[in-house]
Design a protein around this ligand. Structure first.
Ligand SMILES: [Zn+2]
Length: 306
């Protein structure tokens, strides 16, 4: 049996790179996402596999399936409810076909959106469980080596962790989305970073972390130079009072609309300059979210492997 992602973290002191932002790469390459991303993947399998190959060449150790909108709930919004199995199964299978031994495919799941678990929303725990079971079982059937859960509702993420544990013995990475307010970083449900990290670990996640989100206040958006330093602060806060494996994947700054185009201000050089501090603060898995290009990853790989 090859080493699993968690065994790699346990048996070595390697820093692992995780690739997720295919949605940003497609925009960079001028690919028009005329349809739902998962539908695009299954109708453009060669382009999808090329994107996976490029991200691995850029230095990534594992890639996610870009199935954030392939949950039963999101699929329903896009009129694709009957395609949930196909989208998740094929996104994992196609990625797995071009991922060599020693690298991993992570089946990606996100929050329930547009409805939420009660009492915030109307869905019961059983409904949320069943929805995640449908998605995660298809991702595992397609060959996912890891399940990656990124959510802004921690109780839903905990249900997704339970579903994964009930279905298979695979590593689980669970990342919260944090918002920076007057009291500091909090989840949507009001948990501070250390508490939120402990909750996901206690539920059974092997690695916990943070991704996407507003790691910086909107009023600071004029100073993109410091953007990635906010991620360092967040890693330090997750680390305080928590001793498990940590991951961090911030956006490339706050998106701005310039001439009708979405632009992310934080550069690959800024990422490379700051990422070593994420590691000093305790992160073992690093990467980016929205707006992070392959060039960001190339420079990140150089910086963290020195
Ligand atoms: Zn993002």
């Amino acid at each position: 049996m090859p080493e699993s992602l968690v065994e790699r973290l346990q048996n070595t002191d390697e820093i692992l790179l995780h690739y997720f932002p295919l949605h940003s790469a497609l925009a960079d390459w001028g690919k028009d996402l005329e349809s739902h991303l998962s539908e695009w993947i299954v109708t453009h399998p060669d382009a999808y596999q090329e994107a996976i190959r490029l991200s691995l060449e850029a230095g990534c150790d594992f890639v996610s399936t870009s199935t954030q909108a392939a949950s039963p709930w999101r699929a329903e919004v896009f009129g694709m409810r009957s395609k949930v199995h196909e989208h998740n199964y094929l996104s994992a299978k196609l990625a797995k076909e071009v991922t060599p031994a020693g690298k991993y495919v992570a089946g990606f799941v996100s929050s329930t959106n547009p409805d939420f678990l009660e009492p915030l929303g109307k869905m019961t725990r059983q409904e949320v469980y069943n929805g995640y079971k449908e998605q995660i079982s298809a991702l595992l059937e397609g060959g996912s080596d890891v399940i990656m859960i990124v959510g802004n509702h921690i109780e839903e993420s905990i249900i997704a962790i339970q579903v994964t544990k009930d279905l298979a013995n695979v590593p689980i990475v669970a990342q919260n989305v944090f918002y920076l307010g007057k009291k500091g970083y909090r989840t949507m449900m009001g948990h501070d970073p250390a508490t939120a990290s402990r909750m996901l670990k206690e539920a059974g996640a092997d690695v916990v972390g943070a991704s996407c989100g507003l790691m910086k206040r909107p009023e600071d958006a004029a100073d993109p130079k410091n953007y990635y330093q906010f991620a360092t602060r967040l890693v330090s806060e997750m680390r305080s009072g928590f001793d498990g494996f940590l991951s961090i994947q911030p956006n490339a700054g706050l998106a701005r609309l310039v001439g009708g185009q979405t632009v992310y201000p934080a550069t690959p050089e800024e990422l490379a300059a700051e990422a070593p501090n994420w590691i000093k603060a305790g992160a073992r898995i690093v990467g980016g979210c929205c707006g992070t290009s392959l060039e960001h990853y190339r420079q990140l790989a150089k910086a963290v492997r020195n």
